[in-house]
Every structure is written in structure tokens, then in C-alpha cells.
Design a protein around this ligand. Structure first.
Ligand code: XMP
Length: 310
């Protein structure tokens, strides 16, 4: 694939489609939305408004760090505090698809419709990639960023048209193009992180307390496995509890699952053979988190498992 030609074609396409109108895009800091941000700003400059939605579901310090990285690239990212909105939409939900749906609805129908109206934008630039489309169309999973492919008319439903410059690329291509556009390795090599964010790593209800637990576990896992070379690594909070002993007292504690996988494009995955010392060290750190008394390593490949837990 000719990546330089791809970049030129997409910039031209965005310019022609948007014309003199305004566009908006949501940046999460993942490689897909970051690449769209770069292409969009090359094409439209200030006519593209880039927002980072703080959904309360992001990793530790992520909103500020992402804004900082893009400020260094000369791109202004607006932080939108939508924590309360997402938490109340997710409150009481335990079904995986209902949780995903709640994130999608809050993001697109509520928040984005509002932002788009406020800013007068008529186009939304979107980081959908080929794998997202394939898995959604195949009915494997409703990726939260798939709309048109499911027959949703975004113009009628939400009041804006969607442009998806990356819809012919897989993840490995996205990384190569991102590197070509001089996005720093922190972005171009960033491990995948799902759109519904930490909500995909909490089995059962998403609450501020449970988010805090999985967020702390995520920080530990990402620190410990940063040099592992693995495709993706994550922490999951289960809905079950298990008996344990803490300070000579019986404790019915939380269970964290560690997942670390090898993959090319996330369609299939195998489990990384992490050294025993590493696993032990991670376990020792995870069980220091308040209320957590077990840490498990998930040995299941994809398929039959998926990478995330919802
Ligand atoms: P699964 O769990 O389906 O994940 O094996 C495959 C890859 O996709 C990521 N993922 C998502 N990415 N929106 C995204 O942008 C989503 O809704 C979503 N769900 C999963 C996941 O992290 C893995 O890399």
C-alpha cells in the first residue's frame, strides 16, 4: 500500500467533502482518532474543532496527557467534562450490550449532537477502521463507533454527516501512516484502547468506586508490561467476589483479571507467555489495591474469548 498517496487522497477528500463548512472530531488519544485528528487538521486547519471527552471512563491522567501531546504538535484539543453524564447513563446497567449502547447514546445522541449544534459543524470526522466494520457487520460485536454500516442515518438521527478516512485500513496500516505523519511513538505505538474505555473492563455495574479500582489496576499493568512488546495488555474487574484473609480477618474481596495478548490486528489473539517473576510481581502490586484480594491471569485465546470482557 502506498501510504503517502493514502495521506494525500484523504486530505483532498476531507477538503472537498467539507468545503467551506465546519467539522468536529473527538480525540481519545488512541492511534485511530489521533491519525484522523492529524489528517483533519492538515485538510481543514482551524475549521476542525477537536474535542477530548472526559467520560470518567479513561485511564489515569489520560485527558490532560493527550491534550499536552497535541499542543506540542500545534493542535488545540478542548477538554469536555462529561463525567456525570456518562456515569448516570451507566448507573444500574449490567448487561454488556446495554452498557455499550449507553456509552454510544451518551456520546453520539446527547453529547455530540449538543456539541455539533453549538459549534455549527455539519461534519464529524471519525476513526472507524476496517476491523471495526467487519466485526460489527458480522454481528460479532457492536463496536461503539459504527453507525452508517448498521444502517443508521447520522444526518437524520444526529444532524451531521460522518467522514471515515480510515475505513479501508487495519491497525498495522494505521500505525504506519501515523508514523509517517510524525505522530510521536507514544501515540503511533500506543496499545489499543477501546472506545467505551474502562467500561469494557468492568463486568457488572460501572460505578465511580469500581472505575477507580480498575483504573488503578490498569496503571499497574501498563507500567509493568510497557516493555513486554505485547499487542495489548489490560486489567479487568470481575463482578464476583472471593474469600480471602487480610490482617487476620476474613475478607470477601474483589477479583482482578490480567490479560496480555499477542495479535496482528485484534481479529485473533494468543496469550503472551509472560515470565513467572513478572506475573508474580504484577499480582503482588494488584493485591495492594484496596478491596482486591485476588489476581488471575487469563489464558484464553481469541477465539473463543474476545480481548475485552464486554
Ligand atoms: P475484542 O474485545 O472485540 O476487541 O476482541 C478487539 C479489539 O478492539 C478493541 N475494542 C474496541 N475498540 N471501540 C473501539 O474503538 C470498541 O467498542 C471496542 N471494543 C473492543 C479492543 O481493545 C481490542 O483491541
Amino acid at each position: 500500500m502506498d501510504y503517502k498517496k493514502f495521506i494525500e487522497e484523504q486530505i483532498t477528500h476531507i477538503k472537498q467533502t467539507v468545503g467551506k463548512a465546519k467539522a468536529i472530531n473527538a480525540l481519545s488519544g488512541g492511534v485511530d482518532s489521533s491519525l484522523v485528528t492529524m489528517l483533519g487538521h492538515r485538510a481543514l486547519g482551524d475549521r476542525l474543532r477537536t474535542v477530548f471527552v472526559d467520560s470518567a471512563l479513561m485511564r489515569e491522567g489520560e485527558p490532560q496527557r493527550v491534550a499536552e501531546i497535541f499542543a506540542d504538535l500545534g493542535i488545540t484539543v478542548e477538554l469536555i467534562d462529561a463525567r456525570e453524564e456518562f456515569l448516570s447513563a451507566l448507573a444500574g446497567l449490567t448487561d454488556p450490550e446495554e452498557k455499550r449502547q449507553a456509552v454510544t447514546d451518551t456520546f453520539y445522541s446527547k453529547l455530540f449532537s449538543r456539541l455539533v449544534k453549538q459549534s455549527g459543524a455539519t461534519f464529524l470526522l471519525h476513526g472507524t477502521i476496517l476491523t471495526d466494520i467487519e466485526e460489527t457487520v458480522a454481528g460479532i460485536k457492536r463496536q461503539h463507533n459504527i453507525l452508517a454500516q448498521l444502517g443508521i442515518d447520522t444526518e437524520a438521527a444526529y444532524g451531521y454527516s460522518v467522514i471515515e478516512p480510515l475505513k479501508t485500513l487495519r491497525k498495522d496500516d494505521v500505525r504506519k501512516v501515523a508514523k509517517l505523519l510524525e505522530l510521536p511513538p507514544e501515540i503511533s505505538q500506543r496499545i489499543p484502547f477501546p472506545g467505551p474505555a474502562l467500561a469494557t473492563r468492568i463486568v457488572g455495574e460501572v460505578t465511580p468506586e469500581r472505575l477507580e479500582t480498575v483504573r488503578t489496576a490498569t496503571t499497574i499493568v501498563e507500567e509493568e508490561l510497557a516493555d513486554s512488546g505485547a499487542f495489548q495488555y489490560l486489567a479487568v474487574l470481575l463482578n464476583d467476589r472471593a474469600t480471602g484473609i487480610r490482617d487476620n480477618k476474613r475478607q470477601f474481596g474483589q477479583i482482578i483479571v490480567l490479560r496480555c495478548i499477542e495479535s496482528i490486528d485484534a481479529r485473533t489473539a494468543t496469550v503472551t507467555q509472560l515470565p513467572w517473576e513478572k506475573l508474580n510481581r504484577i499480582c503482588q502490586r494488584i493485591i495492594q489495591i484496596e478491596g482486591v484480594n485476588r489476581c488471575l491471569y487469563d489464558l484464553t485465546p481469541k477465539p473463543p474469548a474476545t480481548i475485552e470482557y464486554i
